[in-house]
Design a binder for this molecule. Structure first.
Ligand code: DGY
Length: 334
């Protein structure tokens, strides 16, 4: 029997081909994010759902199809899914960690460089025909070597970003719930509180998941604490920064600049940010490489099929579902 699966947008073909051999697929063909109403219509009659970080997957969506058993999120962040509601309904949820760690860390570095060396600004100037020749004071940026890098959240991506700083001989500060042995041993990194990190860092990169606790983690007070010459980079989730206050901080030069890949109300961007030259804005490209997006698709597809076959998927976010089933069945295949 072939399982029925709804995919909320076209993902790399290799992943769709793999999934198509195991399941009967319906793929939403729109070029823009699917609406919740359309997701609800799509999951009707399906066993599994492969969705994106732009898809709100709440109780209503889950209840649109009582036999829905598996949700695979094509992303590492899963703040778009009501995980508790899924667990309550016995729906297994998976994500795509690790595969995008280096890709996202590389993008954070790209943003950091872009702001520090004014790359986007320089490109704009050249295209506008305004480059009038080398000049001693033209677009002076700031060096990285020997400066202090502050990493907020030293999980997988934060750690990868930090390890890539090796060539720049930077002093490393980080915040995290637990001590990061690798960073402390390899780079002499120091675990500090957020305030100390903000006060002492030249570059601050955010790598925490979006939760109630991290929403507006960087607001007025925190931006005021940062050094006037510092740069803030966000490749995690938009609501972690109070975007309106960030625009003021950048306009009034409380900090030197910012590199932003994610927004509070994606795809909307705070209009005041669009007016500023000292911010580089990207359209959520953290994991956007050909290699990584294909691997993400294959991981999501394989985890979805594993769940439908009654196995625990490699990247299961709610293993409690299996515990519950084991208790009810007196045993469950893993
Ligand atoms: C994720 O997977 O959560 C990233 O934000 C994708 O770019």
């Amino acid at each position: 029997m072939k399982w029925k699966v709804f995919v909320t947008r076209k993902i790399p073909q290799r992943a769709l081909d793999w999934l198509g051999k195991k399941c009967e697929l319906e793929v939403y063909s729109g070029a823009e994010p699917i609406s919740k109403k359309e997701i609800m219509a799509g999951v009707r009659g399906k066993d599994g759902l492969l969705c994106l970080l732009t898809d709100p997957i709440d109780e209503e969506v889950m209840d649109a199809e009582p036999k829905l058993r598996a949700i695979a999120n094509y992303a590492v962040g899963y703040d778009n899914i009501d995980l508790k509601a899924a667990t309550k309904r016995g729906i297994v949820v998976s994500n795509t960690p690790e595969v995008l760690t280096d890709t996202t860390a590389e993008l954070a570095w790209a943003l950091l460089f872009s702001v520090a060396r004014r790359i986007a600004e320089g490109d704009k100037l050249c295209r506008a025909g305004k480059y009038k020749g080398w000049a001693p004071m033209l677009m002076l940026g700031t060096d990285l070597k020997g400066k202090t890098l502050g990493v907020v959240g030293a999980g997988r991506i934060g750690t990868a970003l930090t390890l890539k700083s090796r060539g720049f001989e930077m002093k490393i500060l980080y915040t995290d719930k637990t001590k990061n042995e690798a960073l402390e041993k390899e780079l002499g990194a120091k675990k500090v509180g957020l305030d100390e990190l903000l006060k002492d860092s030249d570059f601050v990169s955010l790598h925490v998941p979006l939760t109630g606790e991290t929403t507006h983690l960087i607001g007025l007070r925190e931006l005021r604490l940062m050094k006037p010459g510092s740069i803030l980079v966000n490749t995690s989730r938009g609501p972690i920064i109070d975007e309106k206050v960030l625009a003021i901080a950048l306009r009034e030069r409380w900090i030197r600049g910012a590199g932003i890949d994610v927004y509070e109300n994606e795809p909307a961007i705070e209009p005041e940010l669009l007016k500023l030259d000292n911010v580089v804005l990207l359209p959520h490209l953290g994991s956007a490489t050909e290699e990584t997006r294909t691997r993400m698709g294959l991981i999501a597809a394989k985890d979805l099929v594993a769940t439908l076959e009654g196995k625990k998927p490699a990247n299961c976010l709610n293993p409690e579902v299996f515990e519950k089933q084991r208790n009810e069945d007196g045993g469950y295949a893993e």
